[in-house]
Write a protein that binds this ligand. Sequence first.
Ligand SMILES: CC(C)(COP(=O)(O)OP(=O)(O)OC[C@H]1O[C@@H](n2cnc3c(N)ncnc32)[C@H](O)[C@@H]1OP(=O)(O)O)[C@@H](O)C(=O)NCCC(=O)NCCSC(=O)C[C@H](O)C(=O)O
Ligand SMILES: [Mg+2]
Length: 290
Amino acid sequence: MDNLARPYRSVLYIPGSNERALEKAKTLPVDAIIFDLEDAVAIDAKDSARVTLAAALSAGGYGQRYQIVRLNGMDTDWGPKDLEVIAAVGPQAVLLPKVGSAAEIEAVAARLDAIPACAETRIWAMMETPQGILNAAEIAAAPRMGGFVMGTNDLAKELMTRFRADREPLLTSLQLCLLAARAAGIAIVDGVYNAFKDEAGLQVECDQGRDMGFDGKTLIHPAQVAVANAAFAPSEAEIELSKRQIEAFEAAEAEGKGVAVVDGKIVENLHIVTARQVLAKASAVAALEG
Ligand SMILES: CC(C)(COP(=O)(O)OP(=O)(O)OC[C@H]1O[C@@H](n2cnc3c(N)ncnc32)[C@H](O)[C@@H]1OP(=O)(O)O)[C@@H](O)C(=O)NCCC(=O)NCCSC(=O)C[C@H](O)C(=O)O
Ligand SMILES: [Mg+2]
């Protein structure tokens, strides 16, 4: 499935060091997995996690779930070794933390270009530093870019904000990254909701993220999957409306008109583009779930 056509409703982080979670993920209805070698892995476990993860990826079993590996930063003791070992198994995507500039993406892209197993490997970027947010447009347009992941914990730390349920202090950063991702035609998924037992709070954040235009949400626990899958899938009402809009617009066109009216609202060609995207997303979700 094409990078942008596939759903990214639920993107679950799994610590690369946690063999039980690595196994469990094969049974979870997530659209994508981030196998983490960065913040979820303790310093003493960095070297063993890399080996454990490379073996798990080679063994496979993750089905249609899109597989993204979060490496340690290339400026750390572990990052270059992570890239070497993970690249050898030809991952679908590598995710770079705390990206600040397009040059960082270009350097990793050049390394991947030299590895035949990585011909199709995409690069994703964690957007979680002030410098990265200010350079979002150039990062999104860099070679091999497949998507942005919002790192709202690091971002809140760097901006010195306080947690608010409405995320008002983070909205400018979230929207700058959305603009950059959409301009470059790459995917973008929202940050994690830390209180993984608070389903109502997660629901509010998922609805907000969906309204803003995110493709999905990053998650930290299996209990969060169902809420994200439902929030970022087209609803029955959206599917039904899209079908009626297409039908009405085609009828209007047949009569030589460029505008139809559905439920008292105008429907023009641009609305039909959105309606067809809704139906395509619904089909893609059904294909993954089927
Ligand atoms: C938060 C956790 C440490 C909780 O783990 P645990 O106490 O084991 O939870 P449960 O007992 O409720 O687990 C129930 C079962 O589910 C499995 N499990 C738990 N978490 C995961 C997971 N992430 N993926 C797959 N499976 C998972 C357990 O193994 C249990 O299975 P079973 O034995 O069959 O019952 C834990 O959830 C966790 O470690 N989560 C991930 C944390 C993480 O990845 N953090 C880093 C990413 S967030 C980040 O860095 C954001 C960004 O950079 C930013 O700046 O914002
Ligand atoms: Mg982070």
